[in-house]
Design a protein around this ligand. Structure first.
Ligand SMILES: [Mn+2]
Length: 353
């Protein structure tokens, strides 16, 4: 088997190549488009990024630090920038339909009254789904800090005397921040029946006997980790242990079945088969891409029918939910480059606290 080698550079050149092919004169990205962060690796308070087939200009407000960037010229965003950008020769202007506001869309129409606005969001998703060496390093580091936080939590559970869900989420997020990270998303700590809501909002609900679901992830230099573990407070009975084992096997089996060319949807159907009578309690997709956004391409949906490709980072996160009773989810962030690399290494055997 040929070893897959990850691209070394961010995909600015590839994107410019695409613009050339599609005869798009320029693409305008406006805050808060995350693609600005993708191309510049920065997160300024406000910015405009203009990419043509041969140039890239990064316009920053005077209030942000002006960095030096390779292949991108950094300029100050001054009043009247619209007039400077206006060019009657421009026929096709690229926009990211996923982010652009109606207001900015109207503005672009005014700046380029004769141009056609062309959506480039699909191409951006495609480029970003294949991670570069630099991106992988950052995601792997975010996953390491995520694991470290979880280990600290379970190894010293008694010492911290957590009383509520929020006590636990505060601990995790403080750990991330002490280790030069931020939280990738608000940490979910869901006790008992609360965990039946997959996107539960952590509250001051008291910890008690039962399954406790944790969904957490650090973000390092804008790149995210995503991990879920379900632990048990007290002693689980036979049925509870069995349920956990079933889910764990499904998660591990899905991970083992990852193969280039297989669709994410197929992988999900395998998990559904394995969950058997609990399949109808698995109420979300099996996973999602992770990178500079916590949810990004590839998509696991049936409609997308996306195939597993080299260079992708995504989650595998089956769950079983019983409304008003309990919920379980086990999730890892995974890198695929010819072979499977599980980036989140936190223990998955049922932990009792
Ligand atoms: Mn996730």
């Amino acid at each position: 088997m040929m070893l897959y080698s990850y691209p070394k550079k961010m995909k600015l050149k590839e994107f410019q190549q695409y613009l050339k092919q599609e005869k798009i004169d320029l693409t305008v990205f406006i805050h808060p488009d995350i693609n600005i962060t993708y191309f510049t690796q920065l997160k300024p308070s406000f910015a405009l990024l203009v990419i043509t087939p041969t140039t890239a200009s990064f316009y920053l407000s005077g209030l942000d630090d002006a960095p030096k960037l390779k292949c991108i010229s950094v300029k100050v965003l001054k009043k009247g920038w619209e007039k400077k950008l206006a060019n009657p020769k421009v026929k096709r202007v690229g926009i990211n339909k996923d982010v652009i506001s109606v207001g900015f869309w109207e503005k672009l129409h005014k700046i380029f009254p004769k141009a056609k606005l062309v959506d480039v969001s699909g191409e951006l998703k495609k480029l970003r789904a294949q991670k570069t060496v630099e991106e992988i390093k950052k995601i792997a580091h975010a996953c390491k800090v995520t694991d470290d936080a979880f280990n600290e939590l379970i190894n010293h559970w008694k010492k911290y005397k957590f009383k509520t869900e929020q006590d636990v989420s505060h601990f995790m997020e403080e750990y991330f921040s002490k280790h030069n990270c931020t939280t990738a998303f608000p940490t979910i700590v869901a006790m008992g029946k609360n965990a039946a809501i997959p996107h539960y909002n952590t509250s001051n609900c008291k910890l008690k006997r039962g399954f406790l679901l944790l969904d957490f992830g650090a973000s390092y230099q804008n790149y995210n980790a995503d991990c879920s573990r379900t632990v048990f407070i007290g002693n689980p009975n036979k049925a509870e242990k069995k349920l956990y084992e079933l889910l764990l096997k499904a998660q591990q089996n899905a991970t083992a079945q990852i193969k280039e060319g297989k669709t994410f949807w197929e992988l999900q159907q395998l998990v559904r088969m394995q969950l058997g009578k609990y399949s109808s309690h698995f109420i979300h997709l099996l996973g999602h891409g992770v990178g500079i956004e916590i949810h990004e391409a590839p998509s696991f949906s049936m409609e997308a029918k996306e195939k597993i490709k080299n260079g992708q980072v995504f989650t595998i996160e089956p769950g079983i939910y019983f409304p008003k009773k309990c919920g379980l989810r086990i999730e890892d962030t995974i890198l695929f480059g010819g072979k499977v690399k599980v980036l989140t290494k936190s223990k998955k055997e049922l932990i009792t606290l």
